[in-house]
Write a protein of this length. Structure first.
Length: 234
């Protein structure tokens, strides 16, 4: 925690693996907004209902060793997570008034869902990062609910942007592109995997009607984690 103030803020820098940084940030924000701390007055949250207006947390992620990330994603290590990207204008629909929609998604699925502040992910300009954490079934249910909330008012123009760790891209694409072709055939939309990596991850991208996007999203998630057997068409 820096001693110097910057425009009324004291920057707090968190460095470490994504999971540890998110957990540390959550605990810090809980302390800041706890009505029993300080002078006993609960500080107001920003209009998005996430980050106290007096708090600014700077994250610095470091890549985990590949073996550890594989262990985590396979369910034998730390809590699993899925990272999706949504348009900034959709964040309010996901969060809801005073965080009501976000609360319903968390309680209804059992997954931990975090909408990261835009300032913490400057590499995704005009977009917001949503982190889903938990076992496969809760995360899949949360994935559907988050995307539904994000594109409920524009169901014919929905999109999927999911960040996949590099070590799972092979399973997603399949031998000679067989899995990716099956996902496209089953969902009826063009699902592509970007060639460029960002922080050890590659983006899976698709556009189309909401129903097709939800189908593609569940197939992508299941293919990455080995829970979905893709039937080849034709």
């Amino acid at each position: 925690l820096a001693k110097e103030q910057v425009e009324g803020f004291r920057p707090c820098t968190l460095t470490g693996p994504l999971e540890a940084v998110l957990e540390a940030e959550r605990q810090i924000l809980d302390q800041i907004s706890d009505p029993t701390t300080g002078n006993g007055v609960k500080r107001p949250l920003e209009e998005e209902g996430l980050v106290p207006a007096t708090a600014y947390v700077q994250r610095s992620y470091v890549s985990e060793p590949e073996a550890k990330r594989q262990k985590n994603m396979a369910g034998t290590g730390e809590e699993l997570y899925t990272k999706i990207i949504v348009p900034s204008q959709s964040a309010g629909a996901i969060i809801g008034k005073q965080g009501s929609t976000l609360k319903q998604i968390r309680e209804g699925t059992g997954a931990r869902v975090e909408v990261l502040p835009a300032a913490s992910t400057p590499e995704f300009e005009g977009l917001r990062v949503v982190i889903l954490k938990g076992d496969f079934d809760p995360r899949q249910a949360a994935l559907i609910k988050v995307l539904t909330a994000a594109f409920e008012k524009s169901q014919e123009n929905a999109m999927l942007k999911m960040m996949v760790p590099r070590q799972f891209v092979g399973a997603l694409i399949g031998k000679a592109g067989s899995n990716l072709k099956a996902i496209r055939d089953n969902s009826g939309i063009h699902v592509q995997v970007e060639k460029q990596e960002l922080n050890g991850e590659r983006m899976v991208h698709a556009e189309g009607a909401l129903d097709a996007i939800l189908n593609a999203a569940t197939l992508v998630l299941g293919s990455c984690e080995g829970t979905t057997s893709l039937a080849m068409s034709g």
